[in-house]
Structures are given as structure tokens and as C-alpha cells.
Design a protein around this ligand. Structure first.
Ligand code: NAD
Length: 318
């Protein structure tokens, strides 16, 4: 079962699993997802917090495991709406976990985030780096990780929390894309600005202590995230050791470098303007993903910035 399978990363993962011969059953209430992105298995339209409906899905489809993407996922928005973020991401997830227990499903791969690290003092970030979130979104993800740990100890839940850095790129076959509403992610905004489909790009701060002054992030292709979910699932189902795993490339790109990569891929200038930093944005977030490599055998294969741009630009151009 894939919660949030009508969203960006969930739909790419559903396609990936279906290509391997699995049947992904999607639960999504379409609050930010897209019906047309669910094509590789059934869609059950419901809220993860609707325990009766979710248990009905477990009874009907008898899934082996859950991959849990459904969440409210805008860092900036979470600052003004903590109640909504804790209710959906924390209360909703606890309800899902209890529905799993009631239905005898005890394996889950959870979408966590590098947002749990907050403003780290040391780089690159390993899973042992202290988690000190600086926004309700990151706090909600960390709470769920802790709940998973305790559910594991008390109820035998088998779990993996995949801490993605910045998801980017789209399905290389062009069947799926990245559509957030409102769009807040840098690469889609920069491409749309280049194509004249969005206003000029706001660059939040050029006075960070980085090589060119703009913030640096670790971009990982959504196809690589999809393969990581499969690797984690197989690992847990084979009774491998769970826990948290960073998913990133270990190579950071600054905002100005991303803009240059978009210009190279589109052949057009990105109209952009530097504006003040956003509160809570750390200067650099770069992953050490060695644990995912050692334990899950996972490595990013499609996350070169050129490949990310090629797939994303093709999607937005179309
Ligand atoms: N995009 C990134 O760079 C990134 C980075 C780190 C972590 N994540 C996490 O990955 C997951 C997927 O992110 P995304 O970018 O694909 O977001 P998305 O908004 O495209 O997908 C989320 C999906 O969950 C559904 N949903 C939300 N609340 C629900 C609920 N209560 N019941 C049923 N369905 C619900 C939405 O309709 C949507 O289809 C999220 O948990 C997010 O926090 C994303």
C-alpha cells in the first residue's frame, strides 16, 4: 500500500514497483495529489486518518507492507500552520500505524526528511547528526521517526525512515512529472521562469557563508528515491535491520549553480532577483548516504545535475 501515491514521489515509486511486478494500492485523498498520476494500481480516495476506510483497504487488498508518503510537505507553510501539520503528519500517521497493527501489517517505509536536522553545525550529515528541527514540518517528521522506534520496540513494527534531501527530476519516460500547487521547489520554479511560465525567480539570500553566497542543497533524482524505497522494502521483508537512512548524493549545488544548470538545459536565461534570506533556511545541507549504501545496497544512479535537468525540463516544456 502506498499512501500519498498520487503525489510527486509516491507516483514515481508506484510506477517503479509496478515495473518490478508488484501491485501498488494507493491511498490518497488528493489534497495535493493528482488522480491522473495513479496508473499502476487501484486508487482508494481516503484520508489516512480515516481508520475505518484504511482498515477496509487492508482487508480488501491484504498488502504486505506500507510505504507512507502522505503528508503536508511545505516547510514555509508549516511555520504559520503548525496545528494542520501536526494533525496530518503526526496524528494521521499514528492512526495509520494503529490501523496497520489492527490489520496485522507490520512493515513500513516512511518518508522522512533532511528537515529534521535543522541548522546543523557539521557536514556532511550522517544519521547520527543530532536532529534539531527548526520548523513544525521537520518536527512532525522527527516525531514520527520516534513513534516508529517505540512501535518497533513494543509491537514489533519493522520500519525504515528514509530521510530524503531535495527530491528532483521526473520520470525519464515522461509519464509523470512534478506538480505542486503552489510550487515552492527551486528547480520547477527556475525552469518555469526560464520558459516564461512563472514570474522571475526569487533567490533567497546571496550572503551565506558558501562559495557563491547562495544556499547549497543536495538534489537526488526521484527515480533514485523510488529505487531506495524498493530496496528498503525488500530489506525489511527479509528481516534486515531498519532505522533511519539518509538519501542524497553527497554533492551540494548552490542556487546559482542550479540556475546555471537550468540555463544550460533550456538554452534560456532564468530571470532572477536576489531577495533576503528566509528564516530557518540553513546555508548548506549535504547528505552522507553511506548507511543506505552499506545496509540497503542503494546508490543514486540518475542524480547527476544534467540528468535531473534533462528530465525536468522535458516535462515542463511539454
Ligand atoms: N519533495 C521533496 O523534496 C521531499 C523531501 C523530503 C521529504 N519529502 C516527503 O516525501 C513525501 C512526498 O512528498 P511529495 O513531494 O511527493 O509531496 P506531494 O504533495 O506531491 O505528495 C503528498 C501526497 O500525499 C497526499 N496526502 C496528504 N495528506 C494526506 C492524507 N491525510 N490522507 C491521504 N492522502 C494525503 C496528497 O494528496 C499527495 O498526493 C512527503 O511525506 C514529504 O514530506 C519530500
Amino acid at each position: 500500500m502506498i499512501t500519498g501515491g498520487a503525489g510527486y514521489i509516491g507516483s514515481h515509486t508506484a510506477k517503479y514497483l509496478a515495473n518490478l511486478g508488484l501491485e501498488p494500492v494507493v491511498i490518497d485523498d488528493l489534497r495535493t495529489g493528482h488522480r491522473e498520476a495513479v496508473r499502476w494500481g487501484p486508487l482508494v480516495e481516503c484520508d489516512i486518518a480515516d481508520a475505518d476506510a484504511v482498515r477496509g483497504v487492508f482487508e480488501r487488498y491484504r498488502p504486505e507492507a506500507v510505504i507512507h508518503f502522505a503528508a503536508s510537505a511545505y516547510v514555509g507553510e508549516s511555520m504559520g500552520r503548525p496545528s494542520e501539520y501536526f494533525r496530518n503528519n503526526v496524528v494521521g500517521t499514528l492512526s495509520l500505524l494503529d490501523s496497520m497493527r489492527a490489520s496485522g501489517v507490520n512493515t513500513i517505509v516512511f518518508s522522512s526528511s533532511c528537515a529534521i536536522y535543522g541548522q546543523p553545525k557539521e557536514l556532511p550529515l550522517t544519521e547520527a547528526t543530532p536532529a534539531r528541527p527548526v520548523n513544525p514540518y521537520g518536527e512532525s517528521k522527527l516525531f514520527v521517526e520516534r513513534a516508529l522506534e517505540w512501535y518497533g520496540r513494543a509491537y514489533g513494527l519493522r520500519w525504515a525512515a528514509l530521510r530524503y534531501f531535495n527530491a528532483a527530476g521526473t520520470d525519464p519516460e515522461g509519464e509523470l512529472g512534478e506538480t505542486h500547487n503552489p510550487e515552492t521547489h527551486l528547480i520547477p520554479l527556475a525552469i518555469q521562469a526560464a520558459l516564461g511560465k512563472a514570474p522571475e525567480l526569487s533567490i533567497y539570500g546571496d550572503d551565506y557563508p558558501t562559495a557563491d553566497g547562495s544556499a547549497v542543497r543536495d538534489y537526488v533524482h526521484v527515480s533514485d528515491l523510488a529505487s531506495a524505497h524498493h530496496a528498503a522494502l525488500e530489506h525489511l521483508l527479509a528481516h534486515g535491520e531498519g532505522g533511519a537512512f539518509n538519501l542524497g548524493t553527497g554533492r551540494g549545488y548552490s542556487v546559482f549553480e542550479v540556475v546555471q544548470a537550468v540555463e544550460a538545459a533550456t538554452g534560456r536565461a532564468v530571470p532572477a532577483r536576489v531577495v533576503p534570506r528566509r528564516a530557518g533556511d540553513p546555508p548548506v545541507l549535504v547528505a552522507d548516504a553511506l548507511r543506505a549504501k552499506k545496509v540497503l545496497g542503494w546508490e543514486p544512479r540518475h542524480s547527476a545535475i544534467e540528468e535531473i535537468m534533462r528530465s525536468a525540463c522535458a516535462w515542463f516544456a511539454r
